[in-house]
Design a protein around this ligand. Structure first.
Ligand code: AMP
Ligand code: TRP
Length: 333
């Protein structure tokens, strides 16, 4: 059976890149009847970089609220918090014994986050991808819907799964497939079409957050960088115009139409007149999600109950898998 697993960190508010690159695809995957789905708020990952411990549990609830508001239905998917299922950390240690330092050192996200001063970087940040592998393998997940930037971590997960199988002479872990789907697997910054939209960018004007009001969305899109050429006749002609391409991609993804059609509809128009249309599409799509999120956060008990039930369901799957791993590795008979 197909088992889908994915997660996001409660490090700050989700933005349009998280939504279009990952969350929206998770919601679409709920249409598949023959699959089991687990969506996790990965709070253990969030503490690998400096963070505000007074805000962590609230941030976790906000991400869970965003999942539900975007359409993740706790009846159709198992929605839970990573730290509520200790199997993840336990399996991580076991997998860590098989993870090669050299491979971890090559992870681009690690290099980006560690910066130049690697001597002072915490072991948690270095081992982050091993915990991610444990998240996935603790459920023997077969499919992992993520944005493009997570591809390398998935490769490492696949590598650890086969190292385990080879070392212990078993056919135990499946090879999880990355599902990099949807029309916008890499949403770019509104201010620089060559860098991805990210929560760590200094300026809030580079991203649209799921909690932004219609006014903020409008302001950010109006100020988004473009060039002085009009919309071309074909999509191919947008090559080499990263900012323009990004706005077209966002429009297409939110409106649910192909990029070619967006180009056809607005061919010949300047971006100054395309932007109001984009604002309309963005506000119409995002405002209901934002409103629902705010409503959910007014009654936290409801989210907390859903997460508690989710953890029980998740552990019913991961705890026997961990027990099997312990047996295979010789801890138990
Ligand atoms: P993160 O913000 O790193 O916790 O990412 C959570 C999820 O959102 C992951 O699946 C990422 O691949 C995805 N994601 C993050 N930023 C972007 C982006 N700019 N475009 C598309 N997907 C993204
Ligand atoms: N590393 C992922 C990110 O930064 C988050 C993550 C942690 C994840 N564990 C996972 C994604 C397991 C998919 C599956 O976005």
């Amino acid at each position: 059976m197909k088992r889908i697993f994915s997660g996001m960190q409660p490090t700050s508010q989700l933005h349009l890149g998280n939504y279009l690159g990952a969350l929206k695809n998770w919601v679409d995957l709920q249409k598949e009847n023959d699959a089991e789905r687990l969506f996790c708020v990965v709070d253990l990952h969030a503490v690998t970089m400096p963070y505000d411990h007074k805000q962590l549990s609230q941030a976790t609830l906000e991400i869970a609220a965003a999942y539900i508001a975007a359409g993740i239905d706790p009846k159709k998917s198992i929605l839970f918090v990573q730290s509520h299922a200790p199997e993840h950390s336990q399996l991580m240690w076991l997998l860590a014994t098989m993870a090669q330092m050299g491979k971890l050192e090559r992870m681009t996200q690690f290099k980006d986050k560690a910066g130049k001063n690697t001597e002072r970087v915490g072991l948690g940040l270095f081992a982050y991808p091993v915990l991610m592998a444990a998240d996935i393998l603790a459920y023997k997940a077969t499919h992992v819907p993520v944005g493009e930037d997570q591809k390398q971590h998935l490769e490492l997960t696949r590598d650890l799964a086969s190292t385990f199988n080879t070392r212990y002479g078993v056919d135990f872990f499946p090879q999880p497939e990355p599902v990099i789907a949807g029309p916008a697997p890499r949403v770019m910054s509104l201010r620089d079409g060559t860098s991805k939209m990210s929560k760590s960018a200094d300026s809030d004007m580079t991203r649209i957050n799921l909690i932004d009001t219609p006014d903020m969305i409008s302001k950010k899109i109006k100020k988004a960088k473009t060039d002085s050429d009009p919309m071309p006749e074909t999509l191919e002609e947008l090559e080499g115009r990263p900012e323009a391409m990004n706005l077209v991609t966002i429009y297409a993804a939110l409106a649910g139409i192909p990029k070619e059609e967006v180009v056809r509809q607005y061919a010949g128009q300047m971006f100054g007149s395309f932007k109001p249309a984009l604002i309309d599409v963005a506000v119409n799509h995002l405002a209901p999600i934002t409103n629902r999120m705010n409503e959910l956060l007014e009654n936290k008990d409801q989210i907390e109950d859903a997460l508690r039930e989710g953890a029980v369901k998740a552990r019913k799957i991961s705890s026997p898998i961990l027990a099997e791993v312990q047996k295979i590795m010789g801890f138990t008979k």
